[in-house]
Write a protein that binds this ligand. Structure first.
Ligand SMILES: *Cc1c(COP(=O)(O)O)cnc(C)c1O
Length: 422
């Protein structure tokens, strides 16, 4: 197999993890749909368990289809190796379980994927692990949150859903200063646009449910390590906690990942044009997209990402009600959570993906009530734009018709929101 960084990203995505000669000439990695592997002799079985032979034993411990995917993603992320997991959350939890113990303290940036926040704040707290959440966009915040017992820094950039960025060089510097690992959730950008390990991060975690698979038909995760030593403890943790991946799942993600670069570039091209178009509309209050000069961290985006990606966040002047009307009126764009698929998806973070986060935390994280998150897909740009235009027109019509102070007096009715702030 080729070494990380040897090939271009499209080549690595297409050829990574397969040597047809190892699979009877098969060009697509076969699905090794088996739970267990026969030992040619009792001695060989003992040697495999003893570690003196690297032959296959049992699919929770290793499976050729899963290994092919691990090799492919490790190469894309420029890592020493990778461990595939059943879900993205399995990747997050396994990485943290591998690196933390009772009494440790974690610094995480916010906003962050809602389930990751709850995992760190609630589930790990039950095992005596404390945490501090600091603002993603503030490069000095991580250092000031350091404590003697801080053992891990966890960041997500671009952050879900506000598209705030974490300065990865600055985060690496703090981690090195403190002598602790930096774990980066690279789901939003993906390896085609951002490679944190090459910048000095220790682990990258992925929800491959998103752009790596890219077809909204699999739930899957991956942990990629910069160094072999950390990889081994991650693998051991995944095997003992049983968070490893199934071969059929691995095959589906391999099938999706072959077109990663093409999908990411096409969706990004659409997103750049849509973000510019949205920003010029009077029916949109503001747009947050790392490829727009109006993004407060536009320069940082240019420094640490090779492209702005395909996630757009925007706010409608009518707040949560306007957002609801927009989402109920899209026809081509699908109202669904998740992201990074070939189809465009739209959702409302405050009431959907980040509903488990308290109102106070949402405010701290910059998740405004009217924030709309759009995952731009690979459809024809004109079709996505036309759909958004007609849905935004429906918002304007509906908010125009909403009762105002000039309307008949209906304020007594507690169930009707007067929308006085529109
Ligand atoms: C979706 C997502 C996850 C969780 O992944 P699952 O595959 O749903 O378990 C974690 N982090 C980010 C940034 C995500 O978008």
């Amino acid at each position: 197999m080729t070494k990380p960084g040897q090939q271009g990203p499209h080549t690595a995505a297409i050829h990574g993890g397969i040597d047809p000669a190892e699979h009877r000439g098969a060009v697509s990695v076969p699905i090794y749909q088996t739970s267990t592997f026969a030992f040619p002799s009792a001695e060989e079985g003992a040697a495999r368990f003893g570690g003196s032979s690297h032959g296959l034993i049992y699919s929770r411990l290793g499976n050729p289809t899963v290994q092919a995917l691990e090799e492919c993603v490790a190469e894309l992320e420029e890592g020493a190796g990778a461990v595939a997991t059943a879900t993205g959350m399995a990747a997050v939890s396994t990485a943290l379980l591998a690196l933390l113990r009772q009494g440790d303290h974690v610094i995480a940036t916010q906003p962050i994927y809602g389930a990751s926040r709850k995992l760190i704040q609630k589930a790990f707290a039950r095992f005596g692990i404390t945490s501090t959440f600091v603002r993603a966009a503030d490069p000095a915040a991580i250092r000031s949150a350091l404590r003697p017992e801080t053992r891990l820094i966890f960041v997500e950039t671009p952050a879900n859903p506000t598209l705030d960025l974490v300065d990865l060089d600055a985060a690496v510097e703090v981690a090195r200063f403190a002598g602790i690992p930096l774990v980066v959730d690279n789901t939003f950008a993906g390896p085609h646009l951002q490679r944190p390990l090459a910048m000095g991060a220790d682990l990258v975690v992925h929800s491959m449910t998103k752009s790596l698979n890219g077809h909204s038909d699999v739930i899957a995760g991956m942990i990629v390590a910069r160094q072999t030593s950390m990889l081994e403890s991650v693998r051991h943790t995944a095997i003992s906690f049983g968070t490893t991946m199934d071969p059929h799942q691995a095959w589906l993600v391999l099938r999706g990942i072959r077109t990663l670069g093409m999908r990411v570039e096409r969706a990004q091209e659409n997103a750049i044009k849509l973000a510019q178009w949205l920003e010029d509309l009077s029916s949109v209050a503001w747009v947050r997209f790392p490829g727009l000069r109006s993004h407060p961290q536009y320069d940082l985006a240019k420094r640490q990402m090779s492209g702005p990606g395909s996630m757009i966040a925007f706010e409608l002047p009518g707040g949560v009600d306007a957002g609801r009307i927009l989402m109920n009126n899209v026809r081509l764009i699908t109202l669904a959570v998740s992201l990074g698929g070939v189809e465009s998806l739209i959702e409302h973070p405050a009431s959907m993906t980040h509903a488990a986060v308290t109102a106070q935390e949402q405010r701290e994280e910059g998740i405004t009530p009217g924030l709309v998150r759009l995952s731009v897909g690979c459809e024809d740009l004109d079709d996505i734009r036309a759909d958004l235009a007609q849905a935004l027109a429906a918002v304007e019509d509906a908010t125009f018709a909403l009762p105002t102070t000039a309307s008949p007096p209906i304020e007594e009715n507690a169930h009707i929101d007067p929308h006085s702030s529109r």
